[in-house]
Design a protein around this ligand. Structure first.
Ligand code: FES
Length: 243
């Protein structure tokens, strides 16, 4: 796995935080915890808030906005937090700090996590990697829902409504998150939200009908994926969103 330079060790305050941006535009938060270093996503998984402005006691990171908390060593959610942080492996080479990304987005995402190896490989074979610039639109309301997407890196914003009667429907930034899942539903041939990249983003784009065929050939995996999909839809449709 190639490593990516994020900053110099001397730039990270003692028992403090530093937000870094990689050459590809990925924002990473680096924490110095008593001369041990940890890296995680730089933006709160709750809302678009920089975690570098949060509180850090050398062990627990707290977002100042609504006080979600995480264990800086593992990214595990603590207390009120409803979502973990995506973490990166750190490598220190003299004064330089590097990260290596975790596994493939399809391996870590909640929809396909742990399904049979052959079936997952067949889904991976369908995936096309797409790199988007900040501001790029992935789809708009009414567009045909042919593909669904798995977020590899970056940040996607969703908006519902038309013209000046639009309202935000949340955003997502965690590696492995799935959206555009209307492509996996027979009854929903069109998009019901607009999806825009808030920053340079990398996505896996997978044809819904072809993925369903793969899942039909492995009913056990298909059942697990559909059960997870239904709870994912329930979570995002209540109270406002539609992804
Ligand atoms: S924005 Fe961070 S906890 Fe709400």
């Amino acid at each position: 796995m190639p490593r990516t330079l994020i900053c110099k060790r001397s730039e990270i305050p003692d028992n403090g935080l530093k937000e870094c941006v990689t050459q590809s535009g990925l924002k990473v938060l680096v924490a110095n915890a008593g001369n041990e270093y940890f890296a995680c996503q730089a933006t709160c998984p709750h809302q678009d808030v920089s975690l570098c402005e949060g509180l850090f006691d050398g062990s627990v990171l707290t977002c100042h906005q609504h006080l979600w908390q995480w264990d800086i060593r593992t990214g595990a959610a603590i207390g009120l937090a409803e979502s973990p942080l995506e973490c990166y492996k750190i490598e220190i080479d003299s004064d330089f700090v590097y990260i290596t990304a975790g596994g493939d987005a399809l391996d870590v995402g909640e929809l396909f996590l742990g399904i049979a190896g052959n079936t997952l490989e067949s889904i991976k074979a369908l995936a096309q990697r797409r790199e988007m610039q900040a501001g790029g639109t992935l789809y708009g309301i009414g567009d045909p829902a042919d593909d669904f997407f798995v977020l590899e890196s970056g940040r996607i914003e969703f908006v519902i409504g038309r013209d000046d009667r639009t309202s935000p429907a949340g955003f997502m930034l965690r590696k492995g998150e799935v959206f555009g899942w209307a492509a996996l539903l027979d009854s929903q041939p069109q998009r019901i939200a607009k999806a825009t990249c808030l920053e340079p983003s990398v996505l896996l784009c997978i044809n819904g009908k072809q993925a369903l065929k793969v899942l039909e050939s492995d009913p056990a995996a298909g059942y697990v994926v559909m059960r997870r999909l239904s709870s994912l839809i329930a979570r995002y449709l209540a109270p406002s969103g539609a992804k």
